[in-house]
Design a protein around this ligand. Structure first.
Ligand code: COA
Length: 287
């Protein structure tokens, strides 16, 4: 892994990293980058089988792993998971709040419960995790990394629930950086661009839209889960010891092109699914 060529393989030896939603996708990629640098890794998620498979992959990189079933919407379940992780791995040095839910839906067709489901997983779930891990983070003078999204600062069509949740996450991150700096705790967010092979891309863009999106990325390629993992490793490392309260965008410059291509692709996907309605006014001219 590239991270081993750039950082010492012992950078996080004796340190514990806990990743919510760490059973797959970007979050597993993040967990693997820490595992490759010697960290003990805790992960939680809703699906036992996914967690077990992920744990095997992390152990293969040399990590001591604690994989626990917990839904981030359930505060008591998270408290229990962090207590068990502490017993197995020691206190958390870095908490990565990655658990998220997403689907495309026109705002006028989204139910209140659908909006709530995403806000509960992304925003409340991230608060639950940081709150439940606070005592451990205070003990280690740890760091929190939130996985945000471009929807937090650029409106993307059919993502009203996600935009609200992720914008909330980024402001919560800044509040925590402000309040918990006195405990030596740092907080930052990472905004991933289009990342290949992820559940998010499957849900948000069909194959044709993916091509169009890639064409709009200034660096001319999709991102990989390792791109996000490498950014997380930097933010958790002593190299970033004076970095707190930042939204770090890791997207190949994708946000600079606005959301018009995403919007067009999302609209096409919704049509294919039989959910889409009219063509979006202004969709093609968004920035
Ligand atoms: N379009 C519109 N509404 C939807 C929807 C869709 N595609 N999928 C779910 N909803 C609504 C449901 O209809 C329900 O609302 P209702 O009670 O008014 O009918 C509400 O959302 C909750 O759905 P439910 O399936 O009970 O929620 P859940 O907690 O089991 O699942 C989700 C949460 C919906 C976010 C689900 O997609 C999920 O688990 N995602 C995790 C994986 C993921 O999204 N990864 C990508 C991250 S980028």
């Amino acid at each position: 892994m590239l991270v081993r060529q750039c950082f010492s393989a012992a950078l996080f030896r004796g340190k514990t990293v806990f990743v919510t939603g760490g059973g797959s996708g970007i979050n597993l990629g993040v967990a693997k980058n820490f595992a490759a640098l010697g960290a003990n890794v805790g992960i939680c998620g809703r699906t036992r089988e996914k967690l077990e498979k992920a744990a095997d992959e992390l152990r293969a990189l040399g990590a001591k792993v604690c994989a626990l079933t917990a839904d981030v919407r359930d505060y008591a379940a998270l408290e229990c998971a962090f207590a068990r992780s502490r017993e197995a791995l020691g206190p958390i040095d870095t908490l990565v709040c990655g658990a998220a839910g997403n689907f495309l839906v026109p705002a006028e067709k989204l139910s209140a419960n659908g909006f709530k489901a995403v806000v509960d997983i992304d925003l409340l779930g991230s608060f639950n995790a940081t709150r439940a891990a606070f005592e451990q983070l205070r003990e280690t003078k740890g760091t929190v990394i939130f996985i945000s999204a471009g929807m937090a600062f650029m409106p993307h069509a059919y993502q009203v629930h996600v935009g609200a949740a992720k914008a909330g996450i980024d402001m919560m991150m800044k509040n925590l950086a402000l309040e918990w700096g006195r405990f030596g705790i740092r907080a930052n967010s990472i905004v991933p661009g289009p990342i290949e092979g992820t559940e998010g891309m499957k849900r948000l863009a069909g194959p044709e839209a993916t091509q169009a999106i890639v064409a709009s990325v200034p660096l001319g390629r999709m991102g990989s889960v390792d791109d996000i993992g490498q950014t997380a490793v930097f933010l958790a490392s002593p190299l970033a010891s004076y970095v707190s309260g930042c939204v770090v965008v890791c997207d190949g410059g994708a946000n600079l092109a606005g959301s018009a291509r995403f919007n067009a692709g999302a609209e096409a996907l919704l049509h294919q699914m039989g959910v889409g309605g009219d063509t979006l006014n202004g969709g093609a001219v968004n920035r």
